[in-house]
Design a protein around this ligand. Structure first.
Ligand SMILES: [Fe+2]
Length: 219
């Protein structure tokens, strides 16, 4: 790649300089002691653009999704980082450059861009043995919770037929059910919304469709 990233605040500094590093570090160095009772994984996702922006500039939110997992067990912590291999990222890697234009505006994309415009970079949540990477402009993408390998776009075993899915589903603390909604649920500009409730075992328990007065962002 010989296109430089822009030297703008969105692409530089400790917080925003693209990392683009996937990998594993077994047994991280620890300052102090991690109690052995802490056992589990802390997941995090953030935008991390694989390629410099096609239009020369961009906002931070438009970067490809990099998922990190910090795996705690027996007083040790190990780290794994993987990109979510969305259709969008796969198309960029094929062409060796960014193919995506203005944030969440697929109509400004290169004709070679993937049809699915999502980066899946807003949040991650474990559910029913997969880790879901989410952005509200599309359905989730599923990852293997251990290896962070991308399994693919996730429609809950065919139970949910929506164009979109919230990036911030909630877990009912009593039942473990996943509570979620969709807006622009029948595609860009549609006023259709839906509400879903999914059991911890992945069974769709409730589904309600309705229309908002007009299409609008519902974060
Ligand atoms: Fe948010």
């Amino acid at each position: 790649m010989n296109i430089p990233f822009p030297q703008t605040p969105e692409f530089s500094g400790a917080l925003y300089a693209p990392s683009r590093v996937e990998g594993e570090v077994f047994d991280l160095e620890i300052e102090g002691v991690v109690p052995e009772a802490i056992c589990g994984t802390f997941y995090q996702v953030s935008p991390d653009p694989q390629y410099p922006p096609m239009l020369g500039t961009d906002i931070f939110f438009n970067g490809d999704a990099m998922v990190s997992g910090f795996y705690f067990a027996d007083g040790r912590v190990s780290l794994r980082r993987r990109y979510v291999l969305t259709d969008r990222l796969v198309a960029q890697r094929r062409e060796g450059r960014s193919l995506n234009g203005v944030y969440r505006n697929a109509y400004t994309n290169d004709p070679l861009a993937a049809k699915n415009n999502t980066t899946a970079n807003t949040s991650v949540i474990p559910h029913n043995n997969v880790l879901l990477a989410l952005k509200e402009d599309a359905m989730p993408w599923a990852l293997d919770p251990q290896t962070l390998e991308t399994l693919g776009e996730w429609n809950f075993d065919g139970q949910i037929d929506s164009a979109t899915f919230t990036a911030h589903p909630k877990l009912d603390p009593l039942t473990g059910n996943l509570l979620a909604f969709s807006y622009e649920a029948k595609g860009d500009g549609t006023p259709d919304m839906a509400y879903f409730e999914i059991s911890p075992q992945g069974k769709l328990l409730h589904e309600i469709w309705f229309q908002a007065p007009y299409a609008a962002m519902v974060h």
